[in-house]
Design a protein around this ligand. Structure first.
Ligand SMILES: [Zn+2]
Ligand SMILES: [Zn+2]
Length: 326
């Protein structure tokens, strides 16, 4: 494999090529490795017209090296190019991320405050309502997504499982200005814009879920917003972990597999689980944490919306219809 350009040109020194790549990210915030290859090849050819550079000369190492140099340069401005694998097709995906304190506003620069509040309702639905101990769907179906355009009578911030009684009042005041509903037509526009901008994916079955770009931008935000450490609100509150990392790659899992034991926190991406269990000796596959037998049929993501997340139960009837268990 030719690696002629892995360290070229001028490794570590921010130059025209890095500036041009940063420009490319500024105009198109998210790109897969395959989309990046021709972009970088063109940049390098412009930089050194005499060298013969083919798209396939651009390796992952080329990208990594250039991205590192750019990151060192833009770090002080709170920008970073991050990468992750698409959970559905494993495509390596890069995004320019702004690491400021309010990522939701960053994501939504092209939206009105009411639309941002709508996006927040979508996220709350994905990661609270549609993400219970029994069913970790972490997605919202198209029709429901449009229904959420209607603002609730009283605005509450990301509501915790319990209803806050007296807290509710203070939360409403903290939430600031009154949030108005978004018209159904506008909601559909917001949704399609989110898909175009690479924040949401829309599946064939019509579910909206977070796309790689949103997962990269919202990594910290999601955990801070939806995970409740012990004793966060009520003293006797159990800690609630709604956002979990993959046992293999340590990235957030919103599409993948979970341990059959509902009390167990082990989550995987399909591919990461496959790798782990392929390397496991013997015929008995067991969860690395709770040691429960591993069937690999309890899902995270829209598949979990069918029969409580199992493809089929052994005795032909689902015992996991009950949704309220928390
Ligand atoms: Zn993984
Ligand atoms: Zn387990």
């Amino acid at each position: 494999m030719s690696n002629r350009y892995a360290d070229s040109p001028d490794p570590g020194h921010y130059n025209h090529t890095h500036r041009a790549l940063l420009q490319a990210f500024l105009s198109q915030s998210v790109m897969t490795f395959d989309e990046l290859k021709p972009v970088i090849a063109e940049i390098l050819i412009a930089h050194e017209p005499d060298r013969e550079i083919l798209v396939n000369d651009i390796t992952q190492q080329t990208v990594t090296s250039m991205v590192q140099t750019i990151n060192a340069h833009v770090n002080a401005l709170d920008y970073e190019i991050r990468s992750t694998r698409n959970q559905n097709n494993r495509n390596l995906t890069y995004a320019l991320v702004n690491g400021t304190s309010d990522p939701l506003t960053q994501i939504a620069t092209s939206f009105t405050p009411d639309e941002i509040a709508y996006i927040k309702r979508l996220l709350d639905f994905m990661f609270e309502t549609n993400n219970t101990k029994i069913r970790e769907v972490m997605a919202v179906k198209g029709l429901k997504a449009v229904q959420l355009a209607k603002a609730p009578p009283r605005n509450r911030q990301s509501q915790a499982a319990g209803d806050g009684d007296g807290d509710e009042e203070s939360m409403a005041t903290q939430a600031g200005p009154v949030i108005k509903s978004v018209l159904p037509n506008d909601a559909e526009k917001v949704l399609s814009q989110l898909v175009v901008q690479g924040f949401f994916d829309r599946s064939h079955a019509g579910y909206y879920s977070l796309a790689p770009r949103a997962l990269m931008e919202l990594r910290t935000y999601l955990k801070e917003t939806y995970n409740e450490p012990p004793g966060d609100e009520d003293e006797d509150d159990e800690p609630v972990t709604r956002i979990r990392d993959c046992e293999g790659c340590r990235e957030i899992v919103t599409v993948g597999l979970r341990c059959d034991n509902k009390e167990c926190g082990v989550r995987w991406h399909d591919h990461c689980a496959m790798q782990y269990f392929r390397n496991q000796q013997g015929s008995r596959r067991r969860c690395p944490k709770c040691k429960a037998e591993w069937e690999g049929e309890t899902y995270v993501g829209e598949k979990a919306d069918q029969a409580g997340g199992r493809r089929r139960t052994t005795n032909g009837q689902s015992s996991m219809i009950d949704e309220d268990d928390e």
